[in-house]
Ligand binder design. Sequence first.
Ligand SMILES: NC(=O)c1ccc[n+]([C@@H]2O[C@H](COP(=O)([O-])OP(=O)(O)OC[C@H]3O[C@@H](n4cnc5c(N)ncnc54)[C@H](OP(=O)(O)O)[C@@H]3O)[C@@H](O)[C@H]2O)c1
Length: 310
Amino acid sequence: MTGQLSALQVVDGIDLSGKVCVITGASSGLGRESARALAAGGAHVVLAARNPGALAQTAQWIASEVPGARTSEVHLDLTALASVRTAASAIRDIAPVVHVLMNNAGVMFTPFSRTHDGFEIQVGTNHFGHFELTRLLVPQLAAARGARLVILSSGGHVLGDVDFDDPNWENREYDKFVAYGSSKTANILHAVEADRRLRGLGIRAYAVHPGTVATSLARYMSRSDFSRLRKYAAASTAARGEPTDGFLDFVMPEHGAATQVWAAVSPELADRGALYLEDCGVSETVAPYARDEQRAADWWTLSEKLCATS
Ligand SMILES: NC(=O)c1ccc[n+]([C@@H]2O[C@H](COP(=O)([O-])OP(=O)(O)OC[C@H]3O[C@@H](n4cnc5c(N)ncnc54)[C@H](OP(=O)(O)O)[C@@H]3O)[C@@H](O)[C@H]2O)c1
C-alpha cells in the first residue's frame, strides 16, 4: 500500500551532497515534497516550474524546513518548447553535471486545448515538453557517470494508449480521460526507450506511479469526473483481484512522493532501469502496450520528429 514510507524517510541515511537534482513542477504537490526530501539528503536541488511566485515560495519553504539547503530556481513552461530550450540552457549554466532529472510536472483531465507548438495540452505538457528537456540535458546527465531519469507516469495510463496516427487529437473527438491516460503511457514508453538508448552513457530511466495523492492535480475535475474516475479505479482494482470499497484512497504528498524519491536515490536500483515503480518497489502492473520495446522505440522516433519540427 502506498504511503507507508515518507519521502523524507527514503533519504534518511543517504548522503546526496555533491549531487544535483533537477525537478520539474517543483512548485507544488509531489515535486515540492520531492525537492524537500532531496535537499534534506544534501543535494543541490534545481526547482523548475512556470509560476515564479510559487517557485520563490517553494524555495523559501525548503530553506525553512532544511537549514542550509541549496536550491536554484529555473522558469520552465512545458507548453512552449521555446521555454523548455531556454530552461535547459539555464540549467546547464547552473549545473554542468546533473545526477537526477525528475520529470514530475503534469496536468490532468484538462479541457481540450493546445500548447504553443500545437500539441494537445496533456501530452504536450506531460510528455513532449519533458521529452525535449531530457534530450537537451543528456550531456549533463552523461557527465554524472551514473545519472537517473525519473519520469512521473500514473496507474491512470490504463485509461489510454498513445495513438501513433493521431498523437495530438486532430482527427478524433476529444476524451480528456483517454488523453491523460495516453500522456501517461507516453511517459512509460519514454522511460523504456530512454533506458535502452542512454544506459551506455550511465543514465538509467524509471517510470513512477506515486499512488493516489491529495494534490492540486485534480484542479480541473468536476464532480462527475470524480465519479467516473472512481468507477475506473474500482474496476482496475477488481481486475487485479484486490478488494475495493469503491472509494479513492488518497495519501498526503509527504508519503506520495516516496516512490519518486526512492527512484532517484535507492541503492537497490543500481544497474537496473526501464522499470515501472510503485510503493517503493518494482511493479508489474503496466499495461502491455506501455512496456512494449518496439512501440517505445517508435514513440521515441515520433517524439523526436514532432519536437524537431515544432
Ligand atoms: N496526485 C496524484 O494522485 C498522482 C497520481 C498519479 C500520477 N501523478 C503525477 O504526478 C505528477 C505531479 O503531480 P501532482 O500530483 O504533484 O500535481 P500538482 O500539485 O498539480 O503539481 C503539478 C506541477 O506541475 C506544474 N506544471 C503544470 N503544467 C506545467 C507547465 N506547462 N510547465 C511547467 N510546470 C507545469 C504545476 O505548476 P502550476 O502550479 O504552475 O500549474 C505544478 O508545479 C504529475 O505528472 C502527475 O501526472 C499524480
